[in-house]
Design a protein around this ligand. Structure first.
Ligand code: ATP
Ligand code: MG
Ligand code: MG
Ligand code: MG
Length: 439
């Protein structure tokens, strides 16, 4: 991509309305634009990162054996009356009336709709286990939308639902989600710690939230510092293995880690004092097992092996896809701007031409751009007629992991400069060597 042809409305001023660094940087880097309170347009750079995050979520869900599908954003109120949540959900639900005076709503979550799809199509235990998920826009009329995409009213969420014959099977689905989430967040360069949580309006007994530690987080959390040493890494996992999934769940959830709703001072005090931590965290996902809450209310049953009709055991599992952009930036930035982890960066490298219009510099930049594209990477070539300082500031702000600086002086010696955004270290090398280093 050539910057001169792209749409990157970078802001020079720090927007006054933004209270936290991720919101400020997303506005300054031209990633989002607010259209109404808590509702945003995703400008090209922000949209690109959103898609990268979405793709990682898809890949890890499919790897875990979960099936992608899509449900509508607008739903009829009828199903929600059946479950009893139409009244219970309260002011966060955006209620809409159509021209025939039918009650509709913009989906804040989709347990009812998926349960209806299930009960209309599945009647035998032989069709279980089943887990389907979607990545879809949600709307919650938050009382205080703030912090940009972190607490929007319209937001993008992955929501998955498992249907199982027994509690045992449903807990395997729960553990499978836990493992797939660990992998998902690590691929985004994030540490998200599963913490025992409260189930809120979804209901249920077993639930963990995944929290990214950050001072700007809205949740208060209490944990044993030993949990921060745990990483999933590149272990092989057989998602069909009940024992393997359970072992990983236990490894990651046995040490003390809870949000304030479930915090228990007496149990916390059993953690050695030097390892007790109180901090703030950003909730980037949550998993639930809620048994037969919805299947009982909505008659989602199957015939078991003895021909008896039994309600299915269910759970639901969410990831805040759009919130993750904010969380990643909170966790990875410096005073000059964003520092994207490689897994989610909108472009892999920026090419900065120090002397646009110089035939040799232009040719070298174009050759680099071609070579990177041929290697399967996406470069962003700053081909504008601007001063070097301005170009560097833009690259630092938008946070691409690598910058290749090309100028007539270096080219005389056959070199360009490769700079790491994270360490700030620069190295001179032949253009081919720079390309080789990025592959
Ligand atoms: P919160 O406690 O932050 O209000 P929640 O517990 O109500 O979130 P869930 O119902 O668990 O949210 O939804 C799954 C995920 O969707 C959350 O873990 C979070 O990452 C994301 N999410 C929830 N509400 C919002 C929002 N208003 N804006 C952006 N992301 C959100
Ligand atoms: Mg909420
Ligand atoms: Mg919550
Ligand atoms: Mg939650």
């Amino acid at each position: 991509m050539r910057l001169s042809r792209y749409f990157l409305p970078v802001l020079k001023e720090t927007p006054a309305e933004a209270q936290i660094v991720s919101h400020r940087l997303m506005l300054r880097a031209g990633m989002i634009k607010q259209s109404a309170a808590g509702i945003y347009s995703w400008l090209p750079l922000g949209f690109k990162v959103l898609r990268k995050i979405e793709n990682i979520v898809h890949e890890e869900q499919i790897r875990a054996g979960h099936i992608p599908m899509q449900m509508p954003t607008l739903q009829s109120a009828d199903l929600w009356r059946e479950s009893g949540r139409y009244d219970a959900y309260g002011e966060e639900m955006l209620r809409i009336t159509d021209r025939h005076d039918r009650d509709m709503l913009y989906t804040p979550t989709a347990e009812e709709l998926i349960t209806d799809i299930f009960r209309s199509n599945v009647s035998s235990y032989k069709d279980l286990p089943l887990t389907m998920y979607q990545i879809q826009w949600k709307f919650r009329d938050e009382i205080r939308p703030r912090f940009g995409v972190m607490r929007g009213r319209e937001f993008y969420m992955k929501d998955g639902y498992n249907f199982d014959l027994s509690k045992e099977d449903a807990l395997h689905a729960y553990n499978r989600h836990l493992v797939s989430y660990l992998r998902t967040y690590e691929r985004m360069g994030l540490q998200a710690i599963p913490m025992r949580a409260d189930s809120g309006p979804i209901g249920g007994d077993d639930t963990h939230e995944f929290l990214v530690l950050a001072e700007t987080g809205e949740s208060e959390v209490f944990y044993d510092s030993a949990v921060t040493d745990l990483t999933f890494g590149d272990r092989e996992i057989d998602y069909d293995s009940v024992d393997q999934c359970q072992a990983i769940m236990e490894e990651f959830t046995t040490k003390y880690a809870r949000t304030d709703e479930t915090h228990d001072e007496a149990v916390f005090n059993e953690v050695p004092e030097e390892r007790r931590r109180t901090a703030r965290g950003i909730e980037v996902g949550q998993i639930f097992y809620f048994g037969t809450k919805y299947s009982d209310a909505m008659g989602a049953t199957v015939q078991d092996a003895d021909g008896k009709k039994v309600p299915v055991h269910m759970g639901s599992h969410g990831i805040g896809v759009s919130r993750l952009l904010g969380a990643i930036i909170e966790a990875s930035h410096d005073e000059n701007g964003i520092i994207w982890p490689e897994g989610v960066t909108p472009f892999h490298a920026g090419i900065v031409n120090l002397k646009q219009g110089d035939a040799e510099a232009d040719a070298a930049c174009e050759a680099l751009e071609k070579a990177l594209i041929a290697a399967g990477l996406e470069p962003l070539y700053d081909d504008r007629k601007e001063r070097a300082g301005g170009k560097f500031a833009t690259m630092d702000l938008i946070g691409l992991p690598w910058r290749i600086t090309v100028g007539p002086r270096g080219l005389k010696n056959g070199v360009v400069e490769l700079t790491s955004r994270r360490t700030g270290e620069s190295e001179e090398m032949a253009p081919e060597a720079a390309v080789a280093k990025l592959i």
